[in-house]
Design a protein around this ligand. Structure first.
Ligand code: PEP
Length: 249
């Protein structure tokens, strides 16, 4: 675990105004962040350029929350991976459970988007995770493997992918997975990665946890051998995000 650079992403979702986003980013810019942790923030699309400008010169990088795989055309309301590249946005979150469940994104679409983003040189935070029903049916690992296999079908080089394991029942609910629950699935993803991507790529793949991560629970999770960071929703809008970025200090 020590050889993988710890990674913390902040997913602002559909929150914030120009003013509040600016304040939040300034707070991050002024904070003392662990220099061994990679920090990425994902504001809503309308705040991406503001964030990019404000974080210029900071080690904190900007991510989009979604993107479409076609270069351009009649796709009203969408932003393309090509446009992200043009704006020098280095990261994109793909397959977030809210995209999958509220906006009907299939495993195949998420895979297609991942392939397109990587082709533009954009790094991807690829989200996977089971619902409560799936967990109760003991299907967690099968679901996650199915979601990863769909991406693997279209993508060979995973060096610019960070996998975010986000159990749907833990997102925005205050119900964090126990360290054992998280570590169990993270270890299964590691096993999958070593088998499907090869020893070195599989060992190097960062698998981060998301789902009600907060300052009070981040240290214990960060100590698990297969948890290489976090994707943070609600708490990324608060000053405690700095403490989460510094979970390894
Ligand atoms: C997320 O949206 O990726 C997330 C993990 O949300 P929260 O931290 O609010 O559960």
């Amino acid at each position: 675990a020590a050889s993988r650079t710890f990674f913390v992403g902040g997913n602002y979702k559909m929150n914030g105004t120009l003013e509040s986003t600016k304040k939040l980013l300034q707070l991050l810019k002024d904070a003392q962040l662990d220099s061994n942790t990679e920090v990425v923030v994902a504001p809503p699309a309308i705040h991406l350029l503001l964030a990019q400008e404000q974080l210029a010169g900071s080690p904190v990088k900007v991510s989009a929350q979604n993107a479409y795989h076609k270069d351009a055309g009649a796709f009203t309301g969408e932003i393309s991976v090509t446009q992200l590249k043009d704006a020098s946005i280095p990261w994109v979150i793909l397959g977030h459970s809210e995209r999958r469940t509220l906006f009907g994104e299939s495993d195949e679409l998420v895979a297609e988007k991942t392939k397109a983003a990587l082709a533009q040189g954009i790094s991807v935070i690829a989200c996977v995770g089971e619902t409560l029903e799936q967990r109760e049916a003991n299907e967690s690992i099968n679901v996650v493997v199915r979601q990863l296999d769909a991406i693997k079908k279209q993508v060979d080089d995973w060096s610019k992918i960070v996998v975010a394991y986000e159990p749907v029942w833990a997102i925005g609910t205050g119900k964090v997975a126990t360290t054992e629950q998280a570590q169990e699935v993270h270890a299964a993803i590691r096993k999958w990665a070593v088998e499907k991507l090869g020893q070195s790529a599989g060992e190097g793949l960062r698998v981060i946890y998301g789902g009600s991560v907060a300052a009070k629970n981040c240290k214990e999770l960060a100590a698990q051998p297969d948890i290489s960071g976090f994707l943070v929703g609600g708490a990324s809008l608060k000053p405690e995000f700095v403490d989460i970025c510094n979970a390894r200090l």
